[in-house]
Ligand binder design. Structure first.
Ligand code: 4AD
Ligand code: MG
Length: 445
């Protein structure tokens, strides 16, 4: 048997005989010729079986292969600019082929299926080209996140998943029974990160996050992945500088390393190429003015209704979508109303109704991918906020401690992996940006 290689490296083997291990993705037969589309997890390649070039039993074995049958195929790598694979431009002239298993009739055919059907078959759907491409981009986003943070003085600290209290509001808590006491799945590792910075300076946690989101939207999962950097001695301006460097690195890494996947997804990458610092920064108040102007100018009654907003309200998806259409790059919106955000945010100097928060909204209508803020550093103010938010002080005693022993101005943010992947890939719905999505209506498979 020839050397076993991976399709992603096929360019190195032009003219050589190699062996691939994979599955039959699709096929066309033309009498003496069979064209097998084979995938091996790293790419897709057309394997050509020519009757007169192979023993009769090899030709017969190829003919038996059904969609998704597993096989080991050997052949000579040829360059052909018309070959449709990933990477494009290579073909295999088959010399030998072994069937590993003949697959039963495969439920997902190369035709249109409804999304519920596909989600019910998510364990198989992830093999499809588009899903494969999205999830490869996801892996690169995750690696880029770690590379950038590890390279900029951040240290990874894992924070607990089982927690005694809410971080991001009590309405989306998943409660669990902890030996007879209620406990909650983590909504954010932030509070623990705030402890960690006093030991390590700059930290991040990166893990699954749980929110019992009761609304059914394209932008919400009940289990998603969030990376949360936290920085000691950092104010809101310092935070925005870090965010724009960080997001730029993630996007540019995907453009460089996942060009084939983005092409397969037919993603127009021109808007992504524009992502570089500095990102525009507007205040919440300015954002409201822009929204008011859009409402005045639009002929679209429905949009006008959707964009209604009073000072003090948080933005919904329609507001973010319309705002981001006005900007070519991701845009920072800072200084949200205190009551629209979480309890731990530092007030704006001289304007207690506003807090030192900042969201980063992705362009092309994608909206919020990052939420962050400067944190309260004064213990008395924090105690007052816990009261105002009706949060149980006992559960937060340790968190108040952090303001008692060497308190410093500090800031941090959380970036949602699935929102970032959806934006970079140009897909509509978060459910395709994670291997096995969890939503209001779905915990299977
Ligand atoms: O804005 P959020 O709620 O901020 C926090 O959790 C802070 N504690 C983070 C911090 O400062 N350390 O969430 C941050 C990001 C959002 O911008 C979004 O990208 C993502 O997490 N996110 C979700 N993604 C998918 N499904 C959901 N239900 C999400 N909720 C938030
Ligand atoms: Mg948010």
């Amino acid at each position: 048997m020839a050397e076993v290689v991976r399709i992603e490296n096929i360019a190195r083997y032009v003219g050589q005989e190699v062996t691939l291990q994979g599955w039959l993705y699709n096929r066309t037969d033309k009498g003496k010729l069979q064209f097998l589309q084979v995938r091996d997890g790293t790419g897709f390649i057309q394997c050509v079986v020519f009757r007169k070039d192979v023993p009769e039993e090899v030709f017969a074995a190829a003919a038996r292969l059904t969609q998704e049958s597993s096989l080991v195929v050997t052949g000579v790598v040829r360059q052909d600019p018309r070959a449709p694979g990933v990477p494009p431009g290579y073909e295999l002239s088959v010399t030998d082929l072994k069937v590993v298993q003949i697959a039963d009739e495969y439920p997902i055919q190369p035709k249109e299926h409804g999304v519920d059907f596909l989600l019910d078959h998510r364990h198989l759907w992830i093999r499809s080209r588009r899903q494969w491409a999205v999830l490869r981009v996801r892996a690169t986003v995750i690696r880029a996140i770690r590379d950038w943070l590890d390279g900029h003085g951040f240290i990874n600290m894992d924070t607990p998943i089982i927690t005694p209290a809410a971080c991001e509001g009590t309405t989306t808590l998943f409660q669990t029974d902890y030996f007879g006491e209620p406990a909650y799945l983590s909504q954010s590792g932030q509070l623990y990160n705030e402890a960690n910075i006093y030991a390590f300076g700059r930290v991040y946690c990166f893990g699954p996050t749980f929110r019992a989101e009761k609304s059914k939207t394209r932008r919400h999962l009940t289990e998603f992945w969030m990376v949360e950097p936290e920085i000691a001695f950092c104010d809101l301006d310092g935070l925005m500088e870090i965010e724009e460097q960080f997001v730029t690195y993630i996007v540019q890494t995907c453009l460089r390393e996942r060009a084939q996947e983005l092409a397969l997804l037919e993603r127009d990458t021109r808007p992504l190429e524009k992502v570089e610092p500095p990102f525009p920064r507007i205040s919440y108040d300015e954002a409201l003015d822009i929204l008011a102007r859009i409402r005045e100018e639009t002929e679209d009654e429905e949009l006008r209704e959707l964009l209604k907003i009073e000072w003090g309200d948080d933005f919904g998806s329609p507001h973010e979508t319309e705002l981001t259409k006005r900007f070519e790059k991701p845009v920072f919106v800072y200084g949200y109303p205190t009551r629209a955000k979480a309890f731990y945010m530092e007030p704006w100097p001289g304007r207690p109704e506003v807090c030192k928060s900042v969201d980063l909204l992705a362009p092309e209508g994608y909206g919020e991918i990052i939420g962050g803020s400067e944190r309260i550093s004064d213990p008395d103010l924090l105690v007052q906020r816990l009261k105002e938010w009706n949060l149980p002080r006992e559960a937060f005693e340790w968190y108040i401690d952090l303001r008692r022993y060497g308190s410093v101005p500090h800031s941090g943010f959380g970036l949602g992996v699935e929102r970032t992947v959806a934006w970079i890939c140009g897909i509509d719905h978060l459910r395709e940006a994670i291997p096995f999505p969890r939503t209001l209506k779905r915990v299977y498979p």
